[in-house]
Design a protein around this ligand. Structure first.
Ligand code: SAM
Ligand code: SF4
Length: 335
């Protein structure tokens, strides 16, 4: 192992999120426009290149890998990549291999993921209503996702639900979704909608439901106690005393969370984003592709990039306009 990755603000970088594809079988209205243009296949890192990339990060001290996208489980032959990462779990260098998925393909992959060493998955689900689900995902089918969640739990995977808080859309469902998660022993995290990429005719400010208000809504139904738990990311946790359930709040807009940030994000084309909310990135594909017999140039490029990790992001809706908007989509950087 080489020297650990420490950024200029003394934050150790131990968590890599990897977007393995920008494609998806859904078109969620807050994430993509309906007629999304995807990247040419030749620009994508191959699964072998993704392996080399991740292996280098692990060698440099990354202990947690989260595979995301687009929809990671629609990437062809993705299990061969998960299976390749198992060796880092076996060696002890990697502490956790996990993924964020829309759940549509979980019924096919849950057992294989468990066999590869995955123990937890985040499933994104914003509503339990069939019609609303079709409306928000445009192309998704709720039944298939629920089936996927069942299969995942049967396979032994711990499932966490991520729901985007959407004004006028899932506000009224908060008690139902919470109760459903409690019954199935799943943690639940709410996410504030972020200004990532062009989404056609939708308006971000119309979608934005502040998690301060979500919390107030909880307080009208439950006794809510803050938990000290931190994961180096934007989530803050609270417990509902009546059910014992843990609820997460990801609040990039109403709170700043950057001081303990331990993560960076790799896109499917090999760009490294040091911060989800800034445009700065470093190209890691060239040092990877140009040197097939040594990882030294890649390691140097990674270190140089980490030295440029900014202190934080500038998202701001407070002036009733979307400030700090990113031109790229969440599916590009990996949510
Ligand atoms: N397709 C997978 C999924 O939906 O879980 C993984 C990729 S998706 C980009 C990761 C997460 O980003 C999802 O939970 C999704 O709800 C969230 N997301 C997408 N666009 C967002 C936005 N503009 N603001 C906040 N969250 C967003
Ligand atoms: Fe696809 Fe996930 Fe984006 Fe929805 S949020 S369109 S499932 S990448």
């Amino acid at each position: 192992m080489t020297a650990p990755l420490i950024d200029p603000f003394a934050r150790a970088i131990t968590y890599l999120r990897v977007s393995v594809t920008d494609r998806c079988d859904f078109r969620c209205v807050y994430c993509m426009s309906e007629d999304m243009k995807f990247l040419p296949k030749k620009d994508l890192l191959t699964l072998e290149e993704l392996d080399r990339m991740c292996t280098t990060f692990v060698k440099m001290g990354v202990e947690k890998l989260r595979i995301t996208g687009g929809e990671p489980l629609v990437r062809r032959n993705i299990m061969s990549f998960f299976n390749a990462m198992t060796r880092h779990l076996d060696s002890g260098a990697l502490k956790e291999l996990t993924l964020t998925t829309n759940g549509s393909q979980l019924h096919r992959f849950a057992d294989d993921l468990y066999a590869a060493g995955v123990r937890r998955v985040n499933v994104s689900l914003d509503t339990l209503d069939d019609e609303k689900f079709s409306q928000i995902t445009r192309w998704g089918r709720l039944k298939q996702v629920l089936n996927g969640i069942d299969t995942a739990q049967k396979a032994g995977l711990r499932v966490k639900i991520n729901a985007v808080a959407l004004k006028g859309f899932n506000e009224a469902e908060l008690p139902t979704i919470t109760q459903w998660c409690a019954e199935r022993d799943m943690d639940l995290t709410w996410i504030e909608v972020m200004p990532m990429g062009d989404i056609g005719n939708e308006n971000r400010l119309d979608q934005y439901w502040s998690l301060k208000d979500v919390r107030k809504e909880y307080e009208s139904h439950y006794t809510v106690s803050d938990l000290a738990e931190r994961t180096g990311g934007p989530a803050r946790y609270a417990r509902l005393e009546e059910t014992g359930q843990k609820i997460g709040f990801i609040t990039p807009l109403s709170h700043n969370f950057c001081e303990s940030c331990n993560r960076v994000r790799l896109t499917c084309t090999g760009e490294l984003y040091m911060c989800l909310g800034q445009e700065d990135m470093a190209d890691l594909r060239a040092p990877l592709r140009d040197h097939l017999d040594t990882e030294a140039p890649l390691e140097q490029a990674i270190r140089a990039a980490i030295n440029l990790k900014p202190k934080g992001h500038d998202f701001d809706y407070s002036r009733q306009a979307v400030d700090g908007k990113m031109s790229r989509h969440m599916s590009h950087t990996g949510g």
